[in-house]
Write a protein that binds this ligand. Structure first.
Ligand code: UGA
Length: 439
């Protein structure tokens, strides 16, 4: 019942399917059964409320209850990153064992579908095997098995569930795939959604390859942005616009900036790297994708250092803390990398502001920082400001605002939201992917 599970469950229930959502979180069960979401996700609240009110969605603490009263179990548990950056499969282990234990007491055929991102081999060798061991039943005979990767974006997951660009089903056998396909066909009705049926291991890999390529596009844009900073007028935005028109490339995920963060790209690129290395394969491109991403934070701080000099005793404001706009999630956010780099270089008066994040958990930061309640408060008397997350409210700030509020209007645009020429003319301004100061 995390954001993938609850969003999928609510959308199913809203379209008339009977759904039982199980979770170990008592508080979440209470909230969901009142039609309330335990976390913020855009557009979810009304759907969840309707789903509970119409009696189609119920949350429970009992996996057994969920399995015994349904035909299909979707596993949507977390697969976080371990300290050594490999994947932590403990929730997958537990949930598959619980499904197996419950299936022991069920006579009819049941389909188990993994939606969690797992390294190839996991669905068959861990989920399938655990269900077999605990239930005493045989996969492909008494129960079916599929892996269906999810492509939901945080903050857009309701939209992405209702309007996916494709469905990928990895199936153990035809019976499993047929059943899952029939569910989605009845969910989407007349809407034509491309549907691909492949084997389980390929489906597991589709998810990684997908996120790795998107992360690669971003690191590619960031790398080209550094080349664009060599000569005046070369501008990453114009360059990416130019290549984005090539329909073999597309303009999406080519925004250079402070780098990618969130609970998916860093975790997934690291997990598949660890998996490959464990099997004596060394994916050079993917390790560079991560390196380029990490470098962006240092680069932003370099740009600021060139303007400001020593950071000591100077108020520095960070506009935006979440890993992207539209969410309060700060996991692996670029803001954290920038703040830690600033601290490393002696900054001792950092103040952060984000419209949806109150603060960054201390465990992420080398030292605590201060937080403001508004952009104005964060900018007041500051000697340098970093734009890190492109929230709409920051887009309306003008050069006059920065001049009026800041002690010295040094601004680093880490997402290229400000018109370059105007801001460069009126402020002490540096931006990713363009540098008109070079002769
Ligand atoms: C990502 C994928 O987009 C989803 O398809 C996938 O299902 C999900 O991961 C997942 O694996 O569960 P998400 O992490 O929610 O979704 O966020 P994105 O919108 O993809 O953005 C990720 C990061 O990339 C953000 O920090 C964003 O600022 C950055 N980004 C994105 C760029 O720096 N440049 C871009 O052009 C696009």
């Amino acid at each position: 019942m995390g954001f993938v599970g609850l969003v999928t469950a609510s959308c199913f229930a809203d379209r008339g399917f009977k759904v039982i959502g199980s979770t170990l979180d008592e508080e979440a069960v209470k909230l969901i059964n009142q039609g309330l979401s335990p976390f913020y996700e855009r557009e979810l609240d009304p759907i969840l409320k309707r789903a509970v009110q119409n009696g189609n969605l119920k949350a429970t603490l009992s996996n057994e209850e969920a399995v015994l009263n349904s035909d299909i179990s979707f596993i949507s548990v977390g697969t976080p990153m371990r300290e050594d950056k490999s994947i932590d499969l403990s929730y997958i282990e537990n949930s598959s064992k619980e499904i197996g234990r419950a299936l022991k007491n069920k006579d009819s055929y049941h389909l188990v579908v993994d939606r969690s991102t797992v390294v190839p081999g996991t669905t068959r060798n861990i989920i399938g095997k655990n269900v077999e061991t605990e239930s005493g039943k045989i996969m492909g005979k008494n129960f079916g098995l599929c892996m269906q990767p999810e492509f939901l974006r945080e903050g857009n997951s309701v939209y992405d569930t209702l309007h996916p660009n494709r469905i990928v089903i990895g199936e153990l056998d035809k019976r499993s795939g047929d059943l899952l396909e029939s569910v989605w066909k009845s969910f989407y009705g007349d809407a034509h959604i491309p549907l691909l049926r492949i084997n389980i291991e390929s489906a597991e890999m589709v998810k990684y390859a997908n996120n790795c390529l998107l992360a690669t596009k971003i690191s590619f844009a960031n790398e080209i942005s550094r080349i664009c900073e060599i000569l005046p007028n070369m501008d990453i935005k114009q360059v990416m616009e130019g290549i984005g028109l090539d329909d073999r490339i597309s303009p999406k995920f080519l925004n250079a900036g402070a780098g990618f963060g969130g609970s998916c790209f860093p975790k997934d690129v690291n997990a598949i790297l660890a998996f490959a290395r464990e099997h004596h394969v060394n994916p050079k491109l993917l390790s560079t994708v991560l390196e380029v991403n990490d470098d962006q934070a240092d680069h932003l701080v370099n740009l600021a250092e060139n303007l400001v000099g020593d950071f000591k005793n100077k108020k520095i404001s960070i506009l935006g803390l979440s890993f992207k706009p539209g969410t309060d999630d700060i996991r692996e956010a670029s803001s954290i990398r920038v703040i830690n780099e600033l601290i490393k270089r002696g900054a001792d008066r950092i103040i952060g502001y984000d419209p949806h994040v109150d603060g960054v958990t201390e465990k992420y930061l080398k030292k605590n920082i201060e937080y403001a309640q508004s952009a104005e408060e964060a900018l007041k008397d500051a000697e340098c400001a970093f734009l890190i997350t492109e929230w709409d409210e920051f887009k309306s700030l003008t050069p006059e605002d920065f001049k009026r509020l800041m002690k010295t209007p040094n601004l680093i645009d880490g997402r290229r939201i400000y018109p370059y020429k105007q801001f460069h003319k009126e402020l002490l301004f540096r931006a990713i992917g363009r540098n008109d100061n070079k002769k």
